[in-house]
Every structure is written in structure tokens, then in C-alpha cells.
Design a protein around this ligand. Structure first.
Ligand SMILES: CC(C)(COP(=O)(O)OP(=O)(O)OC[C@H]1O[C@@H](n2cnc3c(N)ncnc32)[C@H](O)[C@@H]1OP(=O)(O)O)[C@@H](O)C(=O)NCCC(=O)NCCS
Length: 374
């Protein structure tokens, strides 16, 4: 078909842009599965390393494959010195996502095989970036606070090492499991805006790093992953559970969109949020500070009563990261460093069955104007 259809679908809502066998979403139930496995089962039973293997290879690894895969991932965490130098050169006022975007672009410039888009090389780049993005995020966060980066510890799991590089403390069992689960819940989410951006770049047969940079650019926005950076400041502004309902009412009256609420696909609840809600409550209880969870649930309840709008994944994830002691301005970076797994799965799928992605626009401007005539 070469001619465009007449109907413009605002925001491409409900449009099927490609075929994919990676994630399934039914927003009306709500249901989310990765490669056919329900997200709740995955969150309760698997590790980030297992989920990464699953998303890339469409099956779970055997025990020996998992050991090899985990060790390979761990061996690739170190980032080259010029990347640390780039992060050092970032202005302290700069957005942390700008640092991540620049560092990934620089990794691409330093890769002698950046232009090789063979499946084997793309899988190698996916593994490198999944291992290295946490090191970049953690190094930048520490440099911004005047601290030296911490070298990765290959004896730790992906999640435990990430916590260690960010906080300087080797995490306990509960912290590791909580953070691992959070990374899993963010690892993949079908054709969301950033994943679609990656697929569009791959559609031109451009290189893997360029596509990831596009994904980082898209997930940074406050309507997408960037929303998570605004959630905890909102809870801090609300201050007490008693003020939450009035805060929500005031926002709705002034037609202000509150971060962490609403979703394009999920209208009946976000299955990731229900997992994160439990984790946030447990962390609050363990720390003896229930105030933030109480604010969150009071706000959630008011939003549901007043407008039927659901809390999305970012709402309780922000609380989880806060209780884990992560700096408030790196939350979007953390979720981007998890979503690299899903981006990679989609990019590998797009490269394997590629056709240029090139939609049309319905033209609503003038035609037939003559130069020199006002
Ligand atoms: C996610 C989001 C971009 C989806 O947008 P969308 O599918 O285009 O949904 P709409 O903007 O059409 O919203 C439908 C209605 O709900 C309202 N709404 C949606 N999200 C809202 C929010 N976060 N706060 C207040 N009202 C909201 C809209 O104002 C609109 O109301 P109306 O029908 O009275 O005009 C949107 O919900 C949003 O901006 N949320 C906040 C940012 C966020 O948390 N993003 C992370 C998503 S995982």
C-alpha cells in the first residue's frame, strides 16, 4: 500500500506498529507477560539475569547457561577511562540523563565494530550496554556528589553490584532481592515510546548505539520514564497523609497532571505497580518510616475516587528507590539502565525482520502559494 489512509490516530493510540513476540499486554485485565510468562510469576521467582536471557533468547537458561551468562555479564561492567573523564566533565547542574546519553554515545564512538549490525555483534553490544549502563549511572551519581566512582565487584549479582556501586555498601539479602525485582519490572514493556524510538532508528539500519541514544532521549521525558523523578518530590511536598487528598483535588482543579498517575494502555491498574506497592510497604515498615507509603496510598485512593485514574509503575517505584537510599535525581537513569534489556530485545527483533518505519502525515497547511506574493 503506498497511499496513506485518511484517519489520523492521535498519539498512535491503539495502532499496531509491528509484530513482536517479546511482551504481551492486555490493559483491560490487566495482564503483562514476558515471552509468555506472567509478570507476577516472573517477579516472584526469577532474577534479573534470568529475565535478560529470557527476553533475548525466548527461553529460560539452563543452570550452566545461567552461570556462564551471569559471569559474562559481570565481566563486562568496567567502563573505559575516557567515559569516566566525560562524566567528570559534565556540569554538576546537568541532567543525569544527559550524562547517560552522552556516555552511551561515546561508548559507540569508541567501539571499533559499532557499524557492524550483524546479529552476533548486536547481541554483544546488548550485553556490554546492559553490564555498563549501571556503572555509568553509579559513577555519575557519585561524581555529582563529589565522591569517587566505585569499581564494579564481579563477585556480586547484577542488582547487588549496582546497589554497591551507588551506595558504597554491599547490600543485604532483602535489599538485593527488592532491587533485582524492581529492575525486572522495568526491563521490558512492549512498544512504549522509548522502545518504539529504538525500533525506528534500527529501521533505518543505523547502528545499535544510535538507537539506544534515541531510547534514552525518549525515556527521559516526563510523560514517560522521566515521571519517576517527579514522584518523590511530590510526596515530599505533600508532607503528611492528611494533606494528600486536598493536594490531588487541587491538581485536578488546575488540570495539572500528577506524575505516577495514568497510563495509555492500562486503564484497570498497572500490574507492575501492584508488585511495587507491596515492596514499598515492606521497605517502609522495615525502616520504621511509614509516612511516605501512607501519603502514596492516600493520594492513590483520592485519584481513583475522583477521576478513576490508576497509579502507574513509577508511583511506587519512586518510593522503593527512595527507601533503598538512591539519590533522588538518578531514578530515571536507573530505569533506563534496566530498560536497555527490553530495548535490546526489540532491536534484535527489528534488525532480524526489518522494514523502514516511515508513516505519513495528513497535511493541513497551505498549498499552491506563490513566491513574492504576500
Ligand atoms: C501516561 C500519560 C502520558 C498517558 O497519557 P494519555 O494516554 O494521552 O492519557 P490522557 O492524557 O488522554 O488522559 C486521559 C484523561 O486522564 C487525565 N489524566 C491522565 N493522566 C493524568 C495524571 N497523571 N494526572 C491528572 N490527570 C491525568 C487527563 O487529563 C485526561 O482527562 P480528561 O479526559 O478530563 O481530559 C498520562 O497519563 C500522564 O501524563 N501521566 C503522568 C506522567 C506519568 O506518570 N508517566 C509515566 C507513565 S508509565
Amino acid at each position: 500500500m503506498s497511499e496513506a489512509t485518511e484517519q489520523v490516530i492521535s498519539g498512535l493510540e491503539g495502532v499496531l506498529a509491528c509484530e513482536s513476540s517479546i511482551a504481551y499486554i492486555d490493559g483491560s485485565i490487566p495482564e503483562l507477560s514476558f515471552r509468555g510468562y506472567d509478570i507476577h510469576d516472573i517477579a516472584q521467582s526469577l532474577t534479573f539475569e534470568q529475565v535478560t536471557f529470557l527476553l533475548w533468547h525466548d527461553r529460560l537458561p539452563h543452570a550452566d547457561e545461567l552461570r556462564t551468562f551471569s559471569a559474562d555479564l559481570a565481566s563486562r561492567r568496567t567502563i573505559p577511562t575516557p567515559i569516566i573523564d566525560v562524566l567528570r566533565a559534565m556540569p554538576s547542574s546537568g541532567h543525569p540523563m544527559a550524562g547517560l546519553r552522552t556516555a552511551v554515545s561515546m561508548l559507540g564512538a569508541m567501539d571499533p565494530h559499532a557499524e557492524d549490525i550483524s546479529a552476533a555483534n548486536n547481541l554483544r553490544k546488548a550485553t556490554d550496554l546492559t553490564a555498563q549502563m549501571p556503572t555509568i549511572v553509579a559513577a555519575q551519581a557519585r561524581l555529582q556528589r563529589g565522591q569517587e566512582p566505585i569499581a564494579p565487584d564481579p563477585s556480586l549479582s547484577h542488582a547487588a553490584n549496582y546497589c554497591y556501586m551507588l551506595t558504597g555498601k554491599r547490600p543485604d539479602e532483602m535489599t538485593t532481592r527488592t532491587f533485582d525485582t524492581m529492575l525486572i519490572l522495568y526491563a521490558e514493556h512492549e512498544t512504549n515510546a522509548s522502545t518504539f524510538a529504538c525500533r525506528v532508528v534500527v529501521g533505518t539500519e543505523s547502528d545499535f548505539y544510535s538507537a539506544v541514544v534515541a531510547g534514552i532521549g525518549a525515556i527521559k521525558g516526563p510523560l514517560h520514564g522521566g515521571a519517576i523523578d517527579e514522584v518523590m518530590p511530590m510526596f515530599l511536598e505533600i508532607e503528611t497523609p492528611e494533606r494528600a487528598a486536598a493536594f490531588v483535588d487541587q491538581a485536578l482543579t488546575s488540570r495539572r497532571k500528577l506524575p505516577g498517575f495514568g497510563h495509555r494502555v492500562y486503564r484497570a491498574g498497572d500490574p507492575r505497580a501492584s508488585q511495587l506497592r507491596i515492596m514499598a510497604e515492606q521497605l517502609g515498615a522495615a525502616s520504621g518510616d511509614n509516612n511516605w507509603f501512607a501519603i502514596a496510598t492516600a493520594g492513590e485512593q483520592r485519584m481513583r475516587e475522583a477521576k478513576g485514574i490508576i497509579a502507574n509503575v513509577d508511583y511506587f517505584a519512586a518510593l522503593v528507590l527512595y527507601h533503598l537510599g538512591f539519590p533522588l535525581n538518578v531514578f530515571t537513569n536507573v530505569i533506563a539502565s534496566s530498560r536497555i534489556v527490553g530495548w535490546s530485545a526489540h532491536m534484535l527483533e527489528q534488525y532480524a525482520h526489518n522494514r523502514l518505519i516511515r508513516p505519513r502525515a495528513r497535511y493541513v497547511g497551505q498549498r499552491g502559494r506563490k513566491l513574492g506574493v504576500n
